[in-house]
Ligand binder design. Structure first.
Ligand code: A3P
Length: 283
């Protein structure tokens, strides 16, 4: 297995893990995890709506329970594959959902496991990711300028994975029986129909009452007021992860210059030109 250490990143299979936040052995163990039948993965690129989907899936599995009804229960049933490692996943509370930011093609695979992925307009992901990286303090790139981060994003050299590699690899599996691909923008437009799709995918019957409860306990306002950011801290307290920021679509308009907008669109068209549907996805 290819491993090259730089100061900032552990490079494993072309993915880049912040070396102060991740542990080499744990990441390797995560890659070797053999999924159980019925495992549920929430497999995304960071800043695509992972947290939103986690709180929806948790509430579906737990008959409407909010993350803060029992924070320890929520944490025990929502481990983070590459940060917590194989052992933690083996002993996780089930039913639950495994969060991961591994490139889709490198996910531990079992045809009887289920994979939910959320994808989001790269412009918003880029802005959200930059704001995240520069706010989590020690261990990441606290002071990286947006222009530098933007160039890294286009080149697929930010922390974690290349946005485009992940997008293309999960898109290829979007019609698999055990894969559900959701757009963050669809969650914004019509969260009820997204929750119903997720329920259907997980074979969970959902009443109107449960649906309304889940809309509320997964909403940005609820998570914000219940202080999700403060309650979901990293394992060793090396960073305070802010999973909630603005929670809107189109914030890129306040950040990207016209030239950056053009460059990102050109890059997107170039990298996805062989996939017509992807090419028009965020037009
Ligand atoms: P912004 O930084 O654009 O606000 P992830 O969970 O994958 O790290 O994604 C975080 C992004 O999703 C952040 O985007 C965050 O605000 C947004 N988000 C998290 N929960 C949300 C919710 N319930 N509704 C809408 N957006 C949400």
């Amino acid at each position: 297995m290819e491993v090259a250490n730089s100061n900032l990143f552990l490079n494993i299979k072309g993915m880049r893990f912040f070396s102060k936040l991740y542990n080499l052995e744990i990441v390797h163990s995560a890659l070797e995890y053999i999924p159980h039948d019925n495992d549920i993965f929430i497999a995304t690129i960071p800043k695509s709506g992972t947290t939103w989907m986690q709180t929806i899936v948790y509430a579906l599995l737990m008959n409407g329970r909010a993350f803060d009804d029992d924070i320890n229960d929520y944490k025990a049933s929502n481990p983070f594959l590459e940060m917590d490692g194989q052992q933690a996943i083996e002993s996780m509370q089930r039913p639950g959902a495994i969060k991961t930011h591994l490139v889709f093609n490198y996910l531990p695979y079992n045809s009887n496991a289920k994979y939910i992925t959320v994808i989001r307009n790269p412009k918003d992901v880029c802005v959200s990711f930059h704001r995240f990286i520069t706010s989590i303090g020690r261990g990441a790139q606290n002071d990286i300028a947006f222009d530098t981060f933007f160039n890294d994003f286009l080149a697929g050299k930010t922390g974690h994975v290349d946005y485009f590699e992940h997008l293309i690899s999960c898109w290829a599996h979007r019609n698999d029986d055990n894969v559900l691909l959701i757009l963050y923008e669809d969650m914004q437009k019509d969260i009820r129909s997204v929750i119903k799709r997720v329920a259907n995918f997980l074979n969970i019957e959902i009443s109107e009452e449960l649906l309304e409860r889940i809309v509320i306990v997964s909403s940005f306002d609820y998570l914000n007021k219940a202080r999700y950011n403060e309650k979901i801290d990293s394992k060793d307290n090396v960073a305070t992860f802010k999973f909630l920021r603005k929670g809107i679509t189109g914030d890129w308009r306040t950040v990207l210059s016209d030239e950056q907008n053009r460059r990102l669109e050109t890059c997107f068209r170039e990298k996805t030109k062989h996939i017509h549907e992807l090419n028009i996805l965020w037009d």
